[in-house]
Design a protein around this ligand. Sequence first.
Ligand SMILES: [Fe+2]
Length: 299
Amino acid sequence: MAKTPIKQLGYLGFGVSSLADWEKFAEDVLGLTIAKRVDSGFSLRMDSYAQRFFVLETGRDDLEFVGWEVEDAAGLEDARERLKRAGVEVEDGSAEEIALRDVEALIRFRDPNGIPVEIFYGPKMGEGSFSSPLVKGGFNADSLGLGHLVISTPNRDKSRDFYIEVLGFGLSDHIICDLGGFQVNVAFLHVNSRHHSLAMGGPMEKRVHHFLLEVKSIDDVGSMLDRVERARLQVVQGIGRHPNDRMVSFYAHTPSGFQFECGFGGREIDVDGWEPTVYDHISEWGHRFQPPRKPKVAK
Ligand SMILES: [Fe+2]
Protein backbone atom coordinates (compact mmCIF):
# COMPACT_ATOMS: atom_id res chain seq x y z
CA MET A 1 0.00 0.00 0.00
CA ALA A 2 1.16 3.53 -0.73
CA LYS A 3 2.74 5.27 2.23
CA THR A 4 0.35 7.24 4.42
CA PRO A 5 0.23 10.97 3.63
CA ILE A 6 -0.16 11.61 7.37
CA LYS A 7 2.94 12.95 9.11
CA GLN A 8 1.84 13.28 12.68
CA LEU A 9 -0.88 13.80 15.30
CA GLY A 10 -1.21 17.56 15.00
CA TYR A 11 -3.87 18.67 17.47
CA LEU A 12 -6.66 17.51 19.75
CA GLY A 13 -9.90 19.28 20.62
CA PHE A 14 -11.58 18.66 23.96
CA GLY A 15 -15.12 19.72 24.81
CA VAL A 16 -15.26 20.50 28.53
CA SER A 17 -17.72 21.69 31.15
CA SER A 18 -15.33 23.91 33.13
CA LEU A 19 -12.91 26.13 31.24
CA ALA A 20 -11.60 27.48 34.56
CA ASP A 21 -10.67 23.99 35.80
CA TRP A 22 -8.99 23.15 32.50
CA GLU A 23 -7.02 26.38 32.44
CA LYS A 24 -5.67 25.68 35.91
CA PHE A 25 -4.96 22.04 35.01
CA ALA A 26 -3.23 22.87 31.72
CA GLU A 27 -1.03 25.57 33.21
CA ASP A 28 -0.42 24.40 36.78
CA VAL A 29 -0.26 20.63 36.26
CA LEU A 30 0.64 19.91 32.64
CA GLY A 31 2.94 22.93 32.22
CA LEU A 32 1.38 24.03 28.92
CA THR A 33 0.78 27.68 28.07
CA ILE A 34 -2.31 29.46 26.77
CA ALA A 35 -1.81 30.15 23.06
CA LYS A 36 -5.00 31.96 22.14
CA ARG A 37 -8.36 32.77 23.69
CA VAL A 38 -11.61 32.63 21.73
CA ASP A 39 -15.27 33.06 22.76
CA SER A 40 -15.75 29.34 23.35
CA GLY A 41 -12.46 28.61 25.12
CA PHE A 42 -8.71 28.62 24.52
CA SER A 43 -5.88 26.78 22.84
CA LEU A 44 -2.63 25.50 24.34
CA ARG A 45 0.99 25.42 23.22
CA MET A 46 3.54 22.70 24.07
CA ASP A 47 6.32 23.00 21.46
CA SER A 48 7.24 24.76 18.21
CA TYR A 49 3.63 24.56 16.99
CA ALA A 50 1.44 27.56 17.84
CA GLN A 51 -1.48 25.40 19.01
CA ARG A 52 -1.64 21.73 20.03
CA PHE A 53 -4.84 21.52 22.10
CA PHE A 54 -8.17 23.30 21.75
CA VAL A 55 -10.24 23.39 24.92
CA LEU A 56 -13.81 24.43 24.21
CA GLU A 57 -16.81 24.81 26.49
CA THR A 58 -19.34 22.26 25.18
CA GLY A 59 -20.30 20.59 28.46
CA ARG A 60 -19.56 17.14 27.03
CA ASP A 61 -16.26 16.43 28.82
CA ASP A 62 -14.97 14.32 25.97
CA LEU A 63 -12.84 14.34 22.84
CA GLU A 64 -14.36 16.81 20.38
CA PHE A 65 -12.08 16.36 17.33
CA VAL A 66 -8.70 15.02 16.25
CA GLY A 67 -6.34 16.77 13.78
CA TRP A 68 -3.82 14.83 11.66
CA GLU A 69 -1.18 16.75 9.71
CA VAL A 70 -0.15 16.11 6.11
CA GLU A 71 2.75 17.78 4.31
CA ASP A 72 0.97 19.94 1.74
CA ALA A 73 -2.02 20.34 -0.61
CA ALA A 74 -1.04 17.14 -2.48
CA GLY A 75 -1.07 15.22 0.82
CA LEU A 76 -4.52 16.61 1.60
CA GLU A 77 -5.84 15.50 -1.80
CA ASP A 78 -4.26 12.05 -1.33
CA ALA A 79 -6.13 11.72 1.98
CA ARG A 80 -9.37 13.01 0.44
CA GLU A 81 -9.13 10.49 -2.42
CA ARG A 82 -8.46 7.59 -0.04
CA LEU A 83 -11.52 8.53 2.02
CA LYS A 84 -13.76 9.01 -1.02
CA ARG A 85 -12.71 5.64 -2.47
CA ALA A 86 -13.76 4.06 0.83
CA GLY A 87 -17.15 5.78 0.60
CA VAL A 88 -16.48 8.20 3.45
CA GLU A 89 -18.19 11.57 3.24
CA VAL A 90 -15.55 14.33 3.28
CA GLU A 91 -16.15 18.04 3.73
CA ASP A 92 -13.88 21.04 3.40
CA GLY A 93 -13.31 22.94 6.62
CA SER A 94 -15.10 26.29 6.79
CA ALA A 95 -13.17 29.56 6.66
CA GLU A 96 -14.01 30.01 10.35
CA GLU A 97 -12.60 26.58 11.29
CA ILE A 98 -9.44 27.18 9.26
CA ALA A 99 -8.97 30.53 11.01
CA LEU A 100 -9.49 28.99 14.46
CA ARG A 101 -7.07 26.12 13.83
CA ASP A 102 -4.68 28.54 12.10
CA VAL A 103 -3.82 26.13 9.27
CA GLU A 104 -3.61 26.54 5.47
CA ALA A 105 -6.46 24.12 4.71
CA LEU A 106 -8.37 21.24 6.27
CA ILE A 107 -10.88 18.55 5.38
CA ARG A 108 -13.07 16.72 7.86
CA PHE A 109 -14.99 13.48 8.17
CA ARG A 110 -16.21 11.09 10.87
CA ASP A 111 -14.25 7.92 11.55
CA PRO A 112 -16.09 4.58 12.03
CA ASN A 113 -16.61 5.51 15.70
CA GLY A 114 -18.32 8.78 14.83
CA ILE A 115 -15.33 10.80 16.04
CA PRO A 116 -14.88 14.04 14.05
CA VAL A 117 -11.46 13.85 12.36
CA GLU A 118 -9.69 16.68 10.54
CA ILE A 119 -6.75 16.40 8.17
CA PHE A 120 -4.81 19.60 7.58
CA TYR A 121 -1.57 21.11 6.32
CA GLY A 122 0.36 24.29 7.02
CA PRO A 123 -0.10 24.81 10.75
CA LYS A 124 1.10 28.07 12.19
CA MET A 125 4.30 27.79 14.22
CA GLY A 126 4.53 29.61 17.53
CA GLU A 127 6.44 32.82 17.98
CA GLY A 128 9.92 32.29 19.39
CA SER A 129 11.09 29.04 20.93
CA PHE A 130 8.81 27.41 23.48
CA SER A 131 9.82 26.79 27.03
CA SER A 132 7.40 25.39 29.58
CA PRO A 133 7.40 27.21 32.92
CA LEU A 134 7.05 23.84 34.71
CA VAL A 135 8.34 21.07 32.41
CA LYS A 136 11.97 22.12 32.52
CA GLY A 137 13.28 19.59 29.97
CA GLY A 138 10.40 20.25 27.56
CA PHE A 139 8.06 17.92 25.71
CA ASN A 140 9.11 15.35 23.14
CA ALA A 141 6.75 16.50 20.38
CA ASP A 142 7.54 18.69 17.29
CA SER A 143 7.99 16.39 14.25
CA LEU A 144 6.85 13.30 16.23
CA GLY A 145 3.46 14.88 16.89
CA LEU A 146 1.92 16.03 20.15
CA GLY A 147 1.99 12.57 21.76
CA HIS A 148 -0.59 9.84 21.34
CA LEU A 149 -4.31 9.29 21.62
CA VAL A 150 -6.15 6.19 22.80
CA ILE A 151 -9.78 5.97 21.75
CA SER A 152 -12.63 3.65 22.65
CA THR A 153 -14.40 1.92 19.80
CA PRO A 154 -17.62 -0.10 19.50
CA ASN A 155 -15.77 -2.34 17.01
CA ARG A 156 -12.00 -2.22 17.46
CA ASP A 157 -11.12 -4.37 14.43
CA LYS A 158 -13.28 -2.32 12.07
CA SER A 159 -11.79 0.90 13.40
CA ARG A 160 -8.20 -0.45 13.25
CA ASP A 161 -8.70 -1.68 9.69
CA PHE A 162 -10.13 1.69 8.63
CA TYR A 163 -7.06 3.58 9.84
CA ILE A 164 -4.69 1.01 8.27
CA GLU A 165 -6.45 0.25 4.98
CA VAL A 166 -7.95 3.65 4.19
CA LEU A 167 -5.48 6.12 5.67
CA GLY A 168 -2.35 3.96 5.52
CA PHE A 169 -1.44 3.92 9.23
CA GLY A 170 1.04 1.16 10.20
CA LEU A 171 0.23 -1.54 12.75
CA SER A 172 2.77 -1.46 15.59
CA ASP A 173 1.40 -4.28 17.73
CA HIS A 174 -1.47 -5.49 19.88
CA ILE A 175 -1.69 -5.98 23.62
CA ILE A 176 -4.17 -8.72 24.52
CA CYS A 177 -4.44 -9.72 28.16
CA ASP A 178 -6.60 -10.07 31.24
CA LEU A 179 -6.16 -7.18 33.66
CA GLY A 180 -7.82 -8.16 36.94
CA GLY A 181 -10.83 -9.64 35.16
CA PHE A 182 -10.98 -6.84 32.58
CA GLN A 183 -10.26 -8.04 29.04
CA VAL A 184 -7.69 -5.75 27.41
CA ASN A 185 -7.38 -5.88 23.62
CA VAL A 186 -5.71 -2.77 22.23
CA ALA A 187 -4.34 -2.13 18.72
CA PHE A 188 -1.43 0.34 18.42
CA LEU A 189 -0.83 2.24 15.15
CA HIS A 190 1.96 4.52 13.91
CA VAL A 191 2.30 7.27 11.30
CA ASN A 192 5.96 8.13 11.97
CA SER A 193 8.76 6.80 14.16
CA ARG A 194 6.82 7.39 17.38
CA HIS A 195 5.86 3.83 18.41
CA HIS A 196 2.18 4.74 18.28
CA SER A 197 0.25 7.92 17.65
CA LEU A 198 -3.16 6.26 17.88
CA ALA A 199 -4.39 3.22 19.77
CA MET A 200 -7.85 1.78 20.16
CA GLY A 201 -9.56 -0.49 22.63
CA GLY A 202 -13.11 -1.73 23.15
CA PRO A 203 -16.23 0.29 23.95
CA MET A 204 -16.18 2.73 26.87
CA GLU A 205 -18.37 5.57 28.03
CA LYS A 206 -16.24 8.35 26.51
CA ARG A 207 -14.63 8.56 23.05
CA VAL A 208 -11.19 9.00 24.59
CA HIS A 209 -9.47 6.79 27.14
CA HIS A 210 -6.36 8.98 27.42
CA PHE A 211 -3.88 11.17 25.59
CA LEU A 212 -0.15 11.09 26.21
CA LEU A 213 2.32 13.90 26.79
CA GLU A 214 5.93 12.73 26.59
CA VAL A 215 8.57 14.69 28.48
CA LYS A 216 12.30 14.60 27.83
CA SER A 217 13.39 13.95 31.40
CA ILE A 218 12.31 11.34 33.95
CA ASP A 219 12.44 14.13 36.56
CA ASP A 220 9.66 15.90 34.68
CA VAL A 221 7.49 12.75 35.03
CA GLY A 222 8.07 12.78 38.78
CA SER A 223 7.48 16.53 39.06
CA MET A 224 4.24 16.24 37.13
CA LEU A 225 3.10 13.42 39.42
CA ASP A 226 3.82 15.71 42.41
CA ARG A 227 1.73 18.47 40.81
CA VAL A 228 -1.15 16.02 40.09
CA GLU A 229 -1.17 15.04 43.77
CA ARG A 230 -0.95 18.66 44.96
CA ALA A 231 -3.91 19.51 42.70
CA ARG A 232 -5.75 16.55 44.32
CA LEU A 233 -6.46 14.96 40.94
CA GLN A 234 -7.02 11.21 40.93
CA VAL A 235 -3.94 9.19 39.98
CA VAL A 236 -5.37 6.15 38.19
CA GLN A 237 -2.18 4.11 37.68
CA GLY A 238 1.14 4.79 39.34
CA ILE A 239 4.53 4.76 37.60
CA GLY A 240 5.22 1.76 35.39
CA ARG A 241 6.71 0.75 32.06
CA HIS A 242 4.82 -0.54 29.02
CA PRO A 243 6.39 -3.45 27.12
CA ASN A 244 5.63 -2.24 23.60
CA ASP A 245 6.54 1.46 23.49
CA ARG A 246 8.87 1.11 26.52
CA MET A 247 7.36 4.30 28.00
CA VAL A 248 7.81 4.91 31.73
CA SER A 249 4.62 6.68 32.70
CA PHE A 250 1.70 7.26 35.03
CA TYR A 251 -2.00 7.92 34.41
CA ALA A 252 -4.27 10.44 36.07
CA HIS A 253 -7.65 12.08 35.54
CA THR A 254 -8.12 15.30 33.65
CA PRO A 255 -10.86 17.62 35.01
CA SER A 256 -13.17 16.02 32.41
CA GLY A 257 -12.92 12.49 33.83
CA PHE A 258 -10.98 10.94 30.96
CA GLN A 259 -7.29 10.33 31.58
CA PHE A 260 -3.92 11.65 30.51
CA GLU A 261 -0.61 9.78 30.57
CA CYS A 262 2.68 11.49 31.29
CA GLY A 263 5.64 9.47 30.06
CA PHE A 264 9.34 9.44 29.34
CA GLY A 265 11.64 7.33 27.17
CA GLY A 266 9.18 6.03 24.56
CA ARG A 267 10.91 4.09 21.81
CA GLU A 268 11.15 5.20 18.21
CA ILE A 269 10.73 2.56 15.52
CA ASP A 270 11.99 1.97 11.98
CA VAL A 271 8.66 2.13 10.18
CA ASP A 272 9.98 0.47 6.99
CA GLY A 273 11.30 -2.69 8.61
CA TRP A 274 8.70 -3.00 11.36
CA GLU A 275 7.14 -6.40 12.16
CA PRO A 276 4.00 -6.20 14.35
CA THR A 277 3.78 -8.49 17.36
CA VAL A 278 1.29 -9.37 20.09
CA TYR A 279 2.09 -8.76 23.78
CA ASP A 280 0.32 -10.70 26.52
CA HIS A 281 0.88 -8.10 29.25
CA ILE A 282 0.30 -4.36 29.43
CA SER A 283 3.12 -3.41 31.79
CA GLU A 284 6.68 -4.65 32.38
CA TRP A 285 6.36 -3.44 35.94
CA GLY A 286 4.28 -0.99 37.96
CA HIS A 287 1.23 0.90 36.62
CA ARG A 288 -0.57 -0.24 39.74
CA PHE A 289 -4.15 0.98 40.08
CA GLN A 290 -4.43 3.57 42.82
CA PRO A 291 -7.23 3.69 45.40
CA PRO A 292 -9.75 6.53 44.99
CA ARG A 293 -8.56 9.75 46.61
CA LYS A 294 -10.29 10.44 49.91
CA PRO A 295 -12.32 13.64 49.95
CA LYS A 296 -10.71 16.52 51.85
CA VAL A 297 -12.26 16.82 55.31
CA ALA A 298 -13.04 20.37 56.35
CA LYS A 299 -11.55 21.30 59.72
FE1 LIG B 1 -0.78 5.63 26.34
